[in-house]
Design a binder for this molecule. Structure first.
Ligand code: GLA
Length: 387
């Protein structure tokens, strides 16, 4: 969506000309899944699909929001003096939560504003459309009112909105990737210290393909919170002997030697995934930097297997897509990305074979599952910004 198109929608809805436009991307995660809330590493990147906003400040304290993705919800309206969660406000609770916590952090939002939002991230696909709206609201409020909010604060405020306002106990990966994204680079983030570094994604003659299962992510939030709980249980049993604060501090070997402390077999498998996935992520970065694309792809495949067998967050749809991808020629690696339980997977595919890849994997998936998957070529783009 370019600004002129969104401006004319703004014009139609609010009968005025917007002052400024903003963009926040979605994200994919290359490797390092379910490691963020375990104090491990993640390796995501921002993509060029995302959410756009056109906005204009008002003279009073009203906030009016309209999304072209939810036209049936109409204009959602509230004031800066009433920023509680409201179920009827639906998607607008994300911007509302941001406004609330930005103000509570001491930044003065002097007046309300009108805003039209449009996203081109496939709906409910696990590419972080919610974190995209959060960071979009952050840069919008900054840009409209001349605030200077350190980016890391906006990222933490976004996470706070998920955890406290919406009630999903997610980690910091999504907001970080969307807040800090950089064109053609992945971000290796240590989720314990929040230290990070960019790594150029040089895949020679390969493209990253996003594969959407189109499966609704039912129960995703409750299962997500359940996995978190299992990891906390494992950690507290390991802490009887080990002076650690997070599973991400353990090497594979330390885990193997101490796993007997974890009494429940399922809980032990969850912790094993968290520990091994963290070391896979660090190795993946090294292989990528060294140009060992085959080895990088193998680690991506192992990540999926671990998420399937030990963490058990894949399900038939994601497994079918990924297994079909593994069977194609010219595929370096494929895995689910994001929380799992539906949503998207990624595959790294040789340029010349992308078309036949999409055709073959699409056919195998539709044949097995009974409905179509969608495919997108990913481009790695910048983080949230004013346009
Ligand atoms: C979701 C959460 C992230 C992260 C991933 C799994 O995207 O929002 O914090 O935990 O799942 O890696």
């Amino acid at each position: 969506m370019n600004s002129p198109a969104l401006n004319s929608i703004f014009n139609e809805i609010f009968e005025a000309v917007p002052e400024k436009s903003f963009f926040a991307p979605g994200r994919i995660n290359l490797i390092g899944e379910h490691t963020d809330y375990n104090g491990g590493h993640v390796f995501p990147c921002a993509i060029t699909y995302g959410t756009y906003a056109a906005a204009k400040s008002r003279e009073d304290r009203k906030v009016r929001l309209y999304s072209t993705n939810f036209p049936d919800k109409g204009i959602i309206e509230f004031t800066l003096d009433q920023l509680d969660y409201n179920k009827d406000h639906n998607w607008a609770n994300y911007p509302k939560g941001m406004i609330r916590y930005i103000s509570e952090a001491g930044h003065q939002i002097p007046t309300g504003f009108d805003c039209v939002i449009e996203g081109n991230i496939p709906n409910g696909a696990g590419l972080s459309s919610s974190a995209s709206i959060e960071l979009l609201t952050g840069v919008l409020v900054e840009g409209l009112f001349g605030l200077e909010i350190p980016r890391i604060d906006l990222i933490k405020i976004g996470k706070q909105v998920e955890n406290r306002f919406i009630g999903v106990n997610s980690g910091i990966m999504d907001q970080f990737a969307i807040g800090m994204g950089k064109k053609d680079a992945g971000i290796l983030l240590d989720c314990q210290s929040l230290k990070y570094k960019y790594a150029p994604i040089q895949l020679e003659n390969h493209k990253i393909i996003i594969m959407n299962t189109n499966k609704r992510r039912e129960l995703a939030d409750s299962k997500y919170n359940e996995r978190r709980g299992e990891c906390e249980e494992a950690l507290s049993q390991l802490q009887q002997k080990l002076p650690i604060e997070a599973l991400g501090q353990l090497s594979d070997r330390e885990f193997d030697e101490n796993q007997y402390l974890i009494t429940n077999e399922t809980v032990c498998k969850r912790a094993k995934h968290a520990v091994y996935e963290n070391s896979r992520t660090l190795r993946a970065l090294e292989e990528l930097k060294a140009g060992n694309l085959e080895a990088f792809g193998q680690l991506i495949n192992q990540s999926h297997i671990s998420l399937r067998d030990d963490y058990e967050v894949t399900g038939m749809e994601l497994d079918s897509l990924v297994e079909a991808a593994w069977n194609q020629p010219g595929v370096l690696g494929a895995r689910m990305t994001g929380a799992g339980f539906g949503g998207c997977a990624i595959a790294i595919v040789e340029n010349d074979l992308v078309e036949s890849f999409i055709e073959n994997v699409g056919a195998a998936y539709a044949d097995k599952i009974g409905y179509e998957a969608d495919f997108y070529v990913a481009s790695i783009g910048d983080g949230a910004k004013a346009l």
